[in-house]
Design a protein around this ligand. Structure first.
Ligand SMILES: *Cc1c(COP(=O)(O)O)cnc(C)c1O
Length: 472
């Protein structure tokens, strides 16, 4: 077997060169894969190799097989799902993270991994202007952040009812009321499912046409609550970008001693911009927050943060105890205290590097530029007869409908298909209030007004071409 000090540099430089080429072409390549899944499967499928192959050759093969099946998620006119751009600063730090091979579970195992998290956690709390004593777990994304925060919530509300759920489980525990908006993200329901709180036994609170919880409906729902209660609010609805009215809802929740959790996967970053902070006013009054690093902060996948005001509740929920794991002194932060995993990647390095690179000003600019680009897209698209932007474009999300009532979903579907085929820009679809819409999510650091204008032209062209195809 190879020993280190035998050719690592050539291999790593080659990987970096291939990576740089891929990234430098992000703006000019088609903003979609050229292989579908079935073709990609064929590209990779082969019998289990019996013989070794040189690392250099394996890299070549990997690039050859993978690249045609990669989506242009780092591209400046890629607006699918809600996808951050994997900023080069984070990618470079992540190269090193992989090369360093650290298990970031505890600070005795890797002092620097834990220390980078300690500082990055404090920076995140300042950027998002959340209570500074909160604890932060570095997880894979908002799904696991929601899970982690809701585990802390579950433990805390039952602890207050004199029930130790961490030790004794849910059997025989007092029931917990869970209130959640009707337009919450699907992964929050998954987190509830994992935690034994149930996807379907929640109280779903009605929302308005933007997906925001209706205060009156919330007030009625919470007035019937008696006993342990968790309230789940949202910053940044996945389609509209709308944020719940935190200040009022949190005050109502407090009157019932409920734990308030906020899913702010991307929307919580509104806190980092003075121009957008009005949207999330009062959000710092909650008890826990889930937010992604791999969306608006542009961290490479995977990266999210589980933030909990009550550190003790956070730690109780995530405790891992074993004789071979060193007990830590008070004040010394172990990464594994705040996440479900023990062994994991040292995510703190990329987050540290990105915040160090952008600074507070750069992160504010990142948020503002995406919102301005989204506003430009909304303005350009709504000028075209037959195109309607359905949401109030308050943040970085748009939902767009094509054609009149009489066309039903057909023109919207055909426009999405035509745009994707063309490849100048990429947008996906969704159902909103039972209607097909095009979703546009501006979450990439490279999308500026010029790129947004080019994308708007491409979408309008796709719409006109779809009309011609359908002979309208
Ligand atoms: C993306 C998203 C999630 C899920 O986050 P992952 O990073 O995909 O795990 C949850 N909630 C909202 C509002 C999101 O936008």
């Amino acid at each position: 077997m190879t020993k280190d000090a035998q050719g690592n540099e050539a291999l790593f430089v080659k990987a970096a060169t291939l990576a740089a080429r891929f990234r430098d072409e992000a703006g000019t390549r088609l903003q979609r894969p050229s292989f579908d899944y079935a073709t990609a499967v064929t590209a990779f499928a082969e019998p289990l190799p019996e013989q070794p192959m040189a690392m250099d050759g394996v890299l070549d093969q990997l690039v050859l097989k993978a690249e045609p099946g990669l989506h242009s998620m780092t591209g400046p006119r890629f607006f699918g799902w809600v996808i951050g751009g994997s900023h080069p600063m984070g990618v470079a730090a992540d190269f090193l993270t992989s090369a360093w091979g650290q298990n970031a579970g505890n600070h005795a195992a890797s002092p620097a991994s834990a220390a980078a998290e300690t500082t990055a956690a404090q920076w995140l709390l300042e950027l998002l202007d959340l209570p500074r004593q909160s604890s932060v777990g570095f997880v894979t994304g908002a799904t696991v952040a929601n899970f982690t925060c809701l585990a802390a919530a579950r433990g805390a509300v039952l602890h207050a009812a004199k029930w130790d759920v961490e030790a004794n489980g849910l059997f025989g525990a007092p029931p917990i009321s869970v209130l959640i908006g009707d337009d919450a993200h699907t992964t929050v329901f998954s987190a509830l499912q994992f935690l034994g709180l149930g996807r379907d036994r929640v109280l779903r609170v009605a929302t308005d046409d933007q997906g925001k919880i209706l205060p009156q409906a919330f007030s009625e729902a919470i007035s019937s609550v008696d006993g342990p209660c968790i309230v789940i609010l949202q910053a940044g609805q996945i389609n509209t970008g709308a944020c719940d009215g935190f200040a009022d809802l949190i005050e109502l929740a407090r009157s019932k001693k409920a734990w308030v959790h906020v899913d702010g996967a991307f929307g919580l970053w509104a806190q980092a911009s003075p121009n957008k902070r009005h949207l999330t006013a009062g959000v710092d009054g909650a008890d826990s927050w889930a937010v992604d690093g791999h969306k608006w902060l542009q961290a490479p996948y995977d990266c999210g943060y589980a933030i909990v005001r009550d550190e003790l509740a956070h730690r109780r929920a995530m405790t891992i105890a074993a004789s071979y794991l060193p007990l830590t002194n008070d004040g010394e932060r172990d990464p594994s205290h705040y996440v479900p995993e023990l062994s994991r990647r040292a995510r703190g390095f990329a987050t540290w590097a990105l915040i160090k690179h952008f600074g507070r000003d750069g992160i504010r600019a990142l948020v503002d530029q995406a919102c301005e680009s989204a506003a430009l897209l909304a303005g350009r698209l709504s000028q075209e007869p037959g195109i309607a932007v359905l949401n109030e474009v308050v943040l970085n999300q748009l939902i767009v409908r094509f054609g009149d009532e009489k066309h039903g979903d057909s023109l919207t579907q055909a426009t999405i298909k035509t745009l994707q085929q063309d490849g100048t820009a990429f947008c996906g679809g969704a159902l909103w209030r039972g209607q097909q819409v095009m979703r546009i999510s501006v979450t990439n650091y490279q999308t500026d007004l010029t790129e947004a204008a080019r994308a708007a032209d491409a979408i309008i062209d796709a719409y006109r071409s779809a009309r011609r195809q359908l002979q309208l």
